[in-house]
Design a binder for this molecule. Structure first.
Ligand SMILES: NC(=O)c1ccc[n+]([C@@H]2O[C@H](COP(=O)([O-])OP(=O)(O)OC[C@H]3O[C@@H](n4cnc5c(N)ncnc54)[C@H](O)[C@@H]3O)[C@@H](O)[C@H]2O)c1
Length: 266
């Protein structure tokens, strides 16, 4: 694989599994030193070790993204140990499917917002000065199709709409530090995130024009594009990676329904 991230240091949050682990693996293959950060320590340590076993440069750090103190400790450690940082992927997130506006408790609302929205805010705030001092770089935030259209889970949807606002304002402010900031908005991705949601997986898979969920590696390749020089003129953007769901999912359903009729009156 091309060494598109040679001499770069990257931190990926939520990297103990799912998309974050796939991103960490791919970035390491592309030549980066990768810091995997998560709250699931045993899984994260094992993931970093398996990257090292294949010749990659990977290190695990405990990081609860909702804690400002944790962020400060991790970033100070990176600065002391490695001296520089060029890439941040704010990927850690939690779901709250079924959390409707009328039944979401304050506790759930605060938990989802603190991890999915405050977490990336704290990450950017803590990491950006070090990226600047390292010569610039790129930040990718993980949104969702739930933050691109109306959605049934209020707190989750609000967090993912909010991340797009952070992306755009951070992109505007950090351009003078040589830092690009973009959002990836995945559709259905086959990770532990969906555990216990079989009916949701089936329904969203059916409604997705490509008729399937993505593998985490199909998100990681887009993250790699957004953090390397191939995307040097893209910033402040939201990129949906969703098998066509947002852009033509509605009319795809319409035309499929029409085609089912024996005598079609289109
Ligand atoms: N899987 C999907 O269908 C899907 C769709 C759209 C968006 N997303 C988003 O993609 C991102 C990654 O999700 P995934 O599918 O890989 O899920 P996942 O559950 O496999 O991974 C999420 C990771 O985040 C970590 N995490 C949770 N809380 C944390 C915290 N406070 N601090 C640090 N790490 C924490 C978890 O331990 C886990 O390793 C999330 O932001 C999610 O909202 C997922």
């Amino acid at each position: 694989m091309d060494q598109k991230l040679k001499n770069k240091t990257a931190i990926v949050t939520g990297a103990s599994g799912g998309q974050g682990a796939a991103e960490a693996r791919l970035f390491a293959q592309a030549g980066a030193r990768v810091i995997l950060a998560d709250v699931q320590d045993a899984l994260g340590e094992a993931e970093a070790e398996s990257i090292r076993d294949t010749g990659g440069d990977a290190h695990y750090r405990h990081l609860d993204v909702s804690s400002q103190e944790n962020w400060q400790t991790v970033v100070n450690g990176i600065k002391a140990e490695f001296g520089e940082l060029h890439i941040l992927v704010n990927n850690a997130g939690v779901a709250l499917r079924g959390g409707r506006v009328t039944n979401t408790s304050m506790e759930d609302w605060n938990r989802v917002l603190s991890i999915n929205l405050t977490g990336p805010f704290l990450g950017i705030q803590t990491v950006a000065p070090l990226i600047r001092d390292s010569g610039g770089g790129a930040i990718v935030n993980t949104g969702s199709i739930a933050g691109m259209t109306g959605h049934f889970a209020t707190a989750y949807s609000a967090s993912k709409w909010g991340i797009r606002g952070i992306t755009k304002s951070a992109a505007m402010e950090l351009q003078e530090w040589g830092i690009r900031v973009n959002t990836i908005a995945p559709g259905l991705v086959m990770t532990p995130f969906l555990e216990g949601s079989d009916d949701f997986i089936e329904a969203l898979g059916d409604q997705t024009p490509m008729q399937r969920g993505a593998e985490p590696e199909e998100i990681a390749t887009v993250a790699l594009f957004l953090v390397c020089e191939d995307s040097s003129y893209i910033t402040g953007h939201d990129i949906a990676v969703d098998g066509g769901f947002l852009d033509f999912g509605g009319f795809n359903r319409v035309i499929n329904q029409v085609m089912e009729k024996p005598d079609q009156k289109v």
